[in-house]
Design a protein around this ligand. Structure first.
Ligand SMILES: C[S@@+](CC[C@H](N)C(=O)[O-])C[C@H]1O[C@@H](n2cnc3c(N)ncnc32)[C@H](O)[C@@H]1O
Length: 198
């Protein structure tokens, strides 16, 4: 069987059992369920994660952000959806108010391009993660998409949404594999997506 046929067959199977695939992707069935302690930093308005957290009743979730205004919107969403296993904290990723090795998962979506002290952010997210724990997320990486680079330099950076220096794909790979036992990086145009094991 060719590689293409193999891939098509695999998806034929999950397509036929959409309940299994859908449940896994939305964390609503046993193969997709996560438990343990999860830290999300920065949570922002929670637009991407609150719908997912609704499906994780067994997890102990902590969300942190520097901006109380952004986080107020995430808190509102959590309340409306009825998520109870969640704590919100205002704070700085560069000085996390947690013990060493206290989380199973640290999730960081669209944060590192905004953080002012990136070394401190990498150091702190590593420190609070348990050995064997997962650090994953995504953020803007320079050089993957010229149009994105232009918008960031001319619009978002002057307004304070983005803060240089930015990683390149190579520098991100180097940095994560120096810190973590395993580090996977996937580029989607100007976005670096990563999943690391401590
Ligand atoms: C682009 S938003 C991303 C929010 C969310 N993760 C998302 O993907 O929608 C960036 C967030 O980083 C937060 N932030 C910036 N500097 C921070 C810091 N030093 N510590 C914690 N959060 C910070 C901002 O307040 C903002 O909410």
């Amino acid at each position: 069987m060719t590689r293409r046929e193999q891939i098509k067959n695999a998806y034929k199977l999950t397509g036929g059992h959409a309940g299994f695939y859908d449940g896994m992707m939305t964390y609503s069935t046993i193969p997709g369920k996560a438990s343990g302690k999860l830290l999300e930093v920065p949570v922002g308005t929670g637009v991407l994660t609150m719908p997912v957290y609704r499906e994780l009743p067994d997890a102990d979730i902590t969300c942190l952000d520097y901006s109380e205004n952004m986080m107020a919107s995430a808190q509102e969403k959590a309340k409306t959806i009825g998520i109870r296993n969640i704590t919100f904290l205002q704070g700085d990723v560069g000085a996390l108010p947690f013990e060493d090795e206290s989380f199973d998962i640290v999730l960081s979506l669209n944060g590192f391009h905004a953080f002012p002290d990136k070394d401190a952010a990498y150091r702190e997210t590593f420190r609070v993660l348990k050995p064997g724990g997962t650090f994953c997320g995504c953020f803007y990486v320079r050089g993957g998409c010229k149009r994105t680079d232009w918008f960031i330099r001319h619009l978002y950076q002057p307004k304070g949404f983005f803060t240089p220096p930015y990683e390149t794909e190579q520098s991100l790979r180097r940095r994560l594999s120096k810190l973590y036992k395993e580090a996977e990086v996937t580029m989607v145009e100007g976005m670096g997506c990563f999943c690391c094991r401590k």
